[in-house]
Design a protein around this ligand. Structure first.
Ligand code: AHG
Ligand code: MN
Ligand code: MN
Length: 338
């Protein structure tokens, strides 16, 4: 039984040994990131006790200033990653600009973009929340990272993944050779390999969308969602609607069970489509995971991983999940299917 226990450290060490040219810098980066995840998981799990749910500037029973969980998660990741990992800069949902590495520290060749706490509107309801991360190699030659280092197509990510702080804490990760997942064994403080190679079903029977936005959708999206509700036993329709409102949780369920997640742009003003999800640290990392698991990730018109970002907090429409389902959506969105 013991030899079945593969910790994430051992997994990363074995992965590194497959790359003789590796210096260990990437592995060290991930080890530090994993430490941050363990600390955030601990805080999320005791959040109810320390009454840090959704509050700012309060003091808990220990007299410590308590922070909103997403600020806490942001500061935990920045604090750990600034002190000890081969980065030259970071970008966070919680920071307008690039976060530099403090002067005097060595600068590495990687940049990290992250959503420190995804699904934060669900914290007080104790629904699952998560962290999403994306790693690129820098483009600039030396010195502190610049915005251009982050504005790279998602297809060039060195690695990406997410953590779900739910009934258990699960880390889902890909560095371009498939998708693996590790479950945190809180008693020993180790992430243990729990899914050696996730493949998402080619087609599902679940769709995940905020139906409250239906009147703002474009005609193709409206026709597609209506199509999912029509009875057609052969194609498994009608699909079931499952929507938690935490992207990591909705994505993870559909990754395992099959299905499609949609956050189309609001066309309330057709002249100015308004997407919601952020390309660099929500959409691109999950698109890498989806494709590495055999799924598909699209704006409806273009492959997510081909998009050339233009700004750090850029928002894009996000349609992701089982290949057959996303392709069908694209046919409706592009008017090839009525
Ligand atoms: P965040 O908590 O990082 O701001 O992300 C919230 C996102 C995402 O988690 C989820 O899919 C989406 O907001 C839900 O949006 P709606 O409430 O508009 O459906
Ligand atoms: Mn988010
Ligand atoms: Mn967030």
């Amino acid at each position: 039984m013991q030899d079945k226990l593969v910790t994430v450290q051992r997994y990363l060490a074995e992965s590194q040994s497959l790359h003789p040219e590796a210096t260990g810098a990437f592995t060290e980066l991930l080890w530090n990131l994993i430490l941050a995840f363990k600390i955030i998981s601990r805080e999320v799990n005791k959040a109810g006790l320390a009454s840090i749910l959704g509050l700012t500037g309060e003091r808990n029973i220990h007299g410590e200033e308590v922070k909103k969980l997403d600020v806490y998660a942001h500061e935990t990741i920045v604090g750990i990653m600034q002190r000890s990992s081969p980065l030259c800069g970071m970008a966070s949902e919680e920071a307008e600009e690039v976060i530099p590495i403090p002067p005097g520290r060595p600068l590495g060749k990687y940049v990290l973009a992250f959503d420190p706490l995804d699904g934060s509107s669900n914290i007080d309801a104790n629904a699952s929340i998560g962290t999403i991360f994306s790693i690129h190699q820098r483009l600039s030659k030396e010195g502190p990272a610049v915005r251009a280092d982050f504005l790279q197509p998602g297809g060039r990510q060195v690695a990406a993944g997410y953590v779900i702080y739910g009934s258990s804490t699960i880390l889902v990760y890909s560095s371009g050779s498939g998708v693996v997942a590790f479950t945190l064994d809180q008693s020993v403080g180790e992430f243990l390999l729990s899914h050696a190679g996730i493949i998402t079903p080619a087609q599902g029977k679940i769709y995940s969308v905020n139906e409250g936005n239906a009147l703002t959708w474009d005609a193709g999206t409206q026709r597609y969602i209506a199509h999912l509700k029509e009875k057609d036993a052969a194609s498994g329709r009608p699909y079931s609607l499952r929507y938690i409102g935490s992207l990591v949780s909705d994505f993870h369920r559909n990754l395992l069970y099959g299905g499609i997640f949609l956050y189309p742009a609001s066309q309330a003003d057709p002249a100015k489509p308004k997407p919601k999800l952020r390309l660099l640290y929500e959409v691109a990392p999950l698109a890498l995971i989806a494709e590495q698991a055999g799924g598909r990730a699209s704006t409806g018109a273009a492959r997510i991983l081909d998009l050339q970002p233009t700004e750090l907090h850029q928002k894009v429409p996000f349609i992701v999940g089982s290949k057959v389902d996303v392709e069908r959506y694209e046919a409706f969105f592009q008017g090839r299917e009525r």
